[in-house]
Design a protein around this ligand. Structure first.
Ligand code: SAM
Length: 322
């Protein structure tokens, strides 16, 4: 796989974002994209196998069942771009179905080089695809992919795993709008969205018995220690998952179990935590099936078809740019 790597000073940006997030006057915050370094990307793969995290299996089932139908509805010739591909395991269904019609260029767009490497290992045995990875933020990568398209070629953009839920509702809508502006009429977006479900099921999914999600979350502090020279003592931080009923989301936080002061030299920061204070690290918003039609239409897409899993409330939505 060819990869276009990032050239900007990532460590400087990481330090600036950590500084901005941990000096917020009310709720301290770290951006969820930083959960995915080498260790975080590997831990996320394990989360996808956990019995409590039914989301990935629901997404997989829907793609396996409907890949043929999805592909038949697409105008060809077509290239495929995937936003936040992760390991790309689920994408195999779509790429193999497409290969029955044409040779396909596949562009995974990822901020995690580890995830991009996993994606190559996972999919490189499919004969009729060529993979060109972009180590980029979602929209920067998509703009570059769009610039590569040949005349008459359509784009299918994949945004699976309900990663859109990491944006709050307004930001999610804005993001769909931005994606739509990069696309041309007739291009498609396959959007995976996790649906609302009982709180107990959600809490288990984001706070599993084995502690893998806790490790995934705590790794963010370990990453700040490794990359920014900080002295977080992980023994005094704990993973917390909680439901935000107002926002219809599950939030992950890191709670300080005692009063402590942490030095983060590369961010030129010394930060105080009181006992019980949390850092908000991720939100996963949940949707109603109807809401997705409205969001799509407001962003300039027509919802061509929506499939809902029969075991775990999750919707796969094929949206067409109008
Ligand atoms: C929740 S995981 C989903 C992975 C995969 N799509 C799935 O469905 O299992 C989100 C993925 O998006 C990547 N990611 C997070 N923020 C990103 C950003 N701003 N730009 C590009 N990739 C991002 C992460 O590295 C991670 O692999």
């Amino acid at each position: 796989m060819l990869v276009h790597a990032i050239t900007a000073d990532l460590q400087y940006e990481f330090a600036a974002d950590v500084r901005a997030g941990l000096t917020k006057p009310s709720q301290k915050e770290l951006l969820s994209k930083y959960l995915y370094d080498d260790v975080g990307s590997a831990l996320f793969e394990v989360i996808c196998h956990l019995p409590e995290y039914g989301l990935t299996r629901a997404d997989e089932r829907l793609l396996r069942r409907h890949a043929g139908d999805i592909v038949e509805r697409l105008a060809t010739p077509i290239a495929v771009a995937e936003l936040g591909s992760g390991s790309g395991k689920k994408t195999r269904q779509i790429l193999e179905a497409l290969c029955r019609r044409q040779r396909t260029r596949y562009y995974p767009i990822e901020i995690s080089p580890t995830a991009l490497a996993m994606c190559e290992r996972e999919l490189s045995d499919i004969d009729c695809i060529s993979i060109l990875g972009f180590e980029r933020e979602y929209l920067d990568g998509l703009l570059e992919v769009a610039a590569e398209r040949r005349p008459g070629q359509h784009l299918l953009v994949l945004f699976l795993g309900s990663t859109i839920g990491n944006f709050d509702r307004m930001a999610g809508l804005k993001f769909l709008n931005q994606v739509r502006r990069i696309l041309q009429p007739g291009d498609s977006l396959l959007l995976g969205t996790d649906l609302e479900k009982p709180s107990s099921q959600l809490l288990a999914a984001y706070d599993d018995e084995l502690g893998v999600t806790a490790a995934f979350n705590l790794n963010l502090l370990a990453r700040i220690n490794r990359e920014l020279g900080a002295d977080f003592d992980l023994a005094y931080s704990e993973h917390v998952a909680k439901i935000n009923h107002h926002n219809r989301s599950v939030e992950m936080h890191l709670r300080s179990t005692r009063r402590q002061t942490v030095n983060i030299p590369a961010a030129e920061l010394c930060v105080e935590f009181f006992e019980g204070e949390t850092i908000w690290t991720e939100s996963s918003h949940k949707y109603s099936a109807d809401e997705i039609f409205r969001m799509a239409s407001t962003a300039g897409f027509r919802c061509e078809v929506q499939w809902i899993d029969d075991q775990w409330p999750f919707a796969e939505n094929l949206l067409v740019a109008e």
